[in-house]
Design a protein around this ligand. Structure first.
Ligand code: MBD
Ligand code: FE
Length: 284
């Protein structure tokens, strides 16, 4: 587990995730036009589930009022993106991935920031001088379902630092830290120098953290790299890569790990790690 100099605080992180969600939804996560029929169908099913839980668990008035109070705090704390991405998004992704081939997807999460600078195929992610953490070289190739290289592929990559903080969502981390859009070479290849991220702890002082604590759950996600891989003429894939043997790999609070998405970095001999992963895109 990480010894954090800056304990995770909900203030800031949650509020900025809400702001980012409002201002910068990505194509895949835009608000669709939904018919009355579909709205009624889905919302009725959700309400049926809530009603069934109340009956099965004999939920009391004090519990109902406590839930109301807590939901108000989720909104006030700006934690709807965090809460929904941690507890719900993995099932949306599971359903979406039923009709997909190629590299497995995973959840986007609340901390994507679009519009990061483009970087060449062999590159280092923007980082502070002396950025803490084990140096990691992440290399591989983007190919299509036939195994042919995909030219012009881009890897939009973002990850937490060695203490589990994301730039843009933690005041002490400089803007753009450990984020970038890597433009692969003509053969779809890339080689990215970065550091190995730490596991991520959901802020314990906000409503999501309070729920986790109250329920006796744990607030951890395994260490991960976030990626959106895209290329003209191909369907983009939003995914995450994890680290073999890492803490919480088999017990992710967000249930977003898949066995196909685990890196097995090897020592490079200079104290750093080398991880290889090839992505497979399907045609649009
Ligand atoms: C994260 O870093 C994350 O990836 C998800 C899905 C939820 C909360 C924090
Ligand atoms: Fe994350």
């Amino acid at each position: 587990m990480t010894a954090t100099e800056h304990p995770p605080t909900a203030a800031g992180a949650g509020a900025s995730a809400t702001q980012v969600f409002r201002s910068a939804r990505t194509e895949d996560h835009a608000t669709p036009a939904v018919s009355a029929e579909r709205t009624s169908d889905v919302v009725s099913a959700v309400l049926d589930g809530v009603h069934a839980a109340i009956r099965a668990k004999k939920v009391t008035y004090p519990e109902f009022q406590a839930a109301k109070q807590w939901l108000i705090e989720v909104g006030e704390g700006g934690e709807w993106p965090l809460l929904l991405d941690v507890f719900v998004e993995h099932v949306v992704e599971e359903v979406a991935s039923e009709e997909r081939n190629g590299t497995k997807g995973s959840i986007l999460g609340p901390y994507y920031l679009p519009g990061r600078p483009k970087l060449p195929s062999v590159t280092q992610l923007p980082m502070r001088p002396g950025e803490k953490g084990v140096p990691l070289v992440f290399t591989g190739q983007v190919r299509d379902l036939d195994g042919d290289p995909v030219p012009g592929a881009e890897l939009d990559i973002w990850h937490a630092d060695d203490e589990g903080y994301y730039s843009g969502f933690a005041a002490h981390v400089p803007e753009g830290n450990l984020r970038g859009v890597v433009v692969c070479d003509g053969q779809g290849r890339f080689e990215i120098s970065t550091i190995k991220p730490a596991p991520y702890q959901i802020p314990t002082d906000g409503p999501t953290g309070e729920l986790i604590e109250a329920a006796g759950w744990h607030p951890w996600r395994p260490a991960h790299l976030h990626l959106i891989v895209r290329a003209p003429g191909y369907r983009r894939i939003t995914t995450q890569l994890y680290f073999e043997g890492g803490d919480w790999l088999d017990d992710d609070v967000a249930r977003a790990t898949k066995p196909e998405l685990v890196l097995d970095p090897q020592p490079r001999g200079d104290g750093g790690l080398l991880a290889r992963y090839d992505f497979v895109l399907e045609r649009a």
